[in-house]
Design a protein around this ligand. Sequence first.
Ligand SMILES: Cc1cc2nc3c(=O)[nH]c(=O)nc-3n(C[C@H](O)[C@H](O)[C@H](O)COP(=O)(O)O)c2cc1C
Length: 206
Amino acid sequence: MEAVSERILSVKEAVLTRRSIRKFKPEPIPKEKLEEILALALKAPSSNNLQPWRVVVVQDPELKERLREAANNQAQVSSAPAVLVVYSDMKDTLERVEEIFHPGFSEEQKQTRAANMRKAWEGKSDEERENWGKAQGFILLGFLMLMARSFGYDTVPMGGFNAARVKELLGLPSYVAITALLPIGIADEAGHEHHRHNLERVVQWR
Ligand SMILES: Cc1cc2nc3c(=O)[nH]c(=O)nc-3n(C[C@H](O)[C@H](O)[C@H](O)COP(=O)(O)O)c2cc1C
């Protein structure tokens, strides 16, 4: 597998070499690298450009240990030098919805659009909002995995965790929805070869 930082992998190479990695080398990821991966992944699209996703970067060893316990004791959580916790916060998103509109819009246009957006979400339960936000978070998750891989880092997407406990550990409001945990670091194992459906099994042409 391509070593870290020798060169940036193409999207195709990142797709072909990404594997779920559950055992990582202890080397920390430089903050600038994590910031670059995050900044690039945050170019991911979201419905109405709402960008409801938020990320907590967990590097503190003790907190990672607690997170591991909250994630069915899955060892990759404490093995990785960092764990990205991707969640959505629709309350924050809608309260500050003006910030998502293109700067080219006039103040009046922004206000009208913001009012329409808030109206569209009125009456939706926290659960409906956060389920929607959580789904948007998966788009960011995909971008994060591929950006990490293109810089030579590896990840494993994780849905196996106790969401209430993870929120409690990170001090997140109870209404937010956690999309996934994403341990990230340098692989210390090869991972499994891809085993995937072929085109015929999945795709219909009309
Ligand atoms: C949404 C999602 C949740 C997952 N949850 C876990 C998890 O909790 N623990 C784990 O070890 N792997 C988890 N995986 C990893 C999958 O098992 C893995 O992606 C799949 O078997 C394909 O293998 P690959 O990623 O190596 O190509 C998850 C993957 C996805 C996409």
